[in-house]
Design a protein around this ligand. Structure first.
Ligand SMILES: [Zn+2]
Length: 287
């Protein structure tokens, strides 16, 4: 069942679990994730960012929406990290049910202006909006110096941003980075800061880039207001590591022989993440 993103997150926020948002940009991953979430009875957000959309092409979104509508669990189709107003217009035209507008690299006032404009358009069309303040660093960390660029979200700034923009959910910077962390980096989530942000805003919060954080920290953040966790690198690593292994057999050439073991490996990662988020069986809350 295809649903609006904020309805997914409000229930998760009230019941203290988090909905996983998996980035997808190919058919086998998409099909595998929806099937696995159905078997776990877990709602899911399918995240597609503009670069991924460019890769798959617009026609792919029709199939994604068809799969979402037919699914036995609630599914939102979500623009991940839209940066431009035109990214949001693309998402509207394509029929997404949820968008993220990431103005976190803009000056504070410009971020508010852009986000408010997106909220006005999206809410008129029953789409939910996720905003971001503070920054979770560059898209993917390559070294420790980049990782140090995290700018933590300030609770009072979060409260002002939510009041001025009307967003439905907020991505917060509490000590995670995008991508796979460099060797030797030990990330630590600031749960005390998260709790202060929650007290200040009282709306579903979103965690990006938790690949290198221990499961126990991520699970704890879910108890303190995180209602959506973006998962990208981990499922892709599981998928492509297995694919590399499978492809060492030079005789293989059929996608229906090559992809399934990689999808299986990715599904194992999906099961693990859903468990950490406390979301196994949580689709029952939407019936
Ligand atoms: Zn992100």
């Amino acid at each position: 069942m295809l649903v609006n993103g904020s309805r997914l997150l409000q229930v998760a926020y009230e019941k203290s679990f988090a909905v996983p948002a998996f980035n997808i940009s190919d058919w086998s991953m998409l099909k595998g994730i929806v099937a696995e979430c159905e078997s776990l009875d877990c709602p899911v957000i399918l995240g597609i960012h503009p670069r991924e959309l460019e890769h798959v092409g617009w026609a792919f979104i029709d199939s994604t929406l068809a799969l979402a509508r037919a699914a036995r669990v609630p599914v939102a189709v979500h623009l991940d990290h839209g940066e431009l107003y035109s990214d949001v217009l693309d998402a509207i035209r394509l029929g997404y049910t949820s968008v993220m507008i990431d103005g976190s690299l803009l000056e504070a006032e410009a971020n508010v202006d852009l986000t408010r404009k997106v909220v006005e358009a999206a809410h008129a069309l029953d789409m939910s909006v996720e905003g971001e303040i503070g920054t979770i660093g560059p898209r993917d960390v390559q070294d420790a110096a980049e990782a140090e660029q995290i700018v933590y979200t300030r609770p009072e700034e979060a409260a002002r941003f939510v009041a001025q923009t009307g967003v439905d959910s907020l991505a917060v910077a509490i000590g995670t980075c995008h991508g796979v962390y460099p060797a030797g980096m030990v990330p630590k989530l600031k749960i005390d800061l998260l709790e202060q942000i929650r007290q200040a805003v009282d709306l579903p919060l979103v965690l990006h880039g938790g690949s290198g954080n221990p499961d126990s920290e991520v699970a704890l953040s879910v108890k303190h207001g995180i209602a959506k966790v973006n998962i990208s690198s981990d499922i892709k690593v599981a998928y492509f590591d297995k694919l590399r292994e499978v492809l060492t057999d030079p005789k293989l050439r059929e996608p229906h022989d090559i992809h399934p073991p990689a999808v299986e490996a990715m599904m194992a990662c999906v099961r693990h993440k859903v468990e950490v988020l406390g979301a196994t069986g949580s689709a029952r809350h939407y019936r």
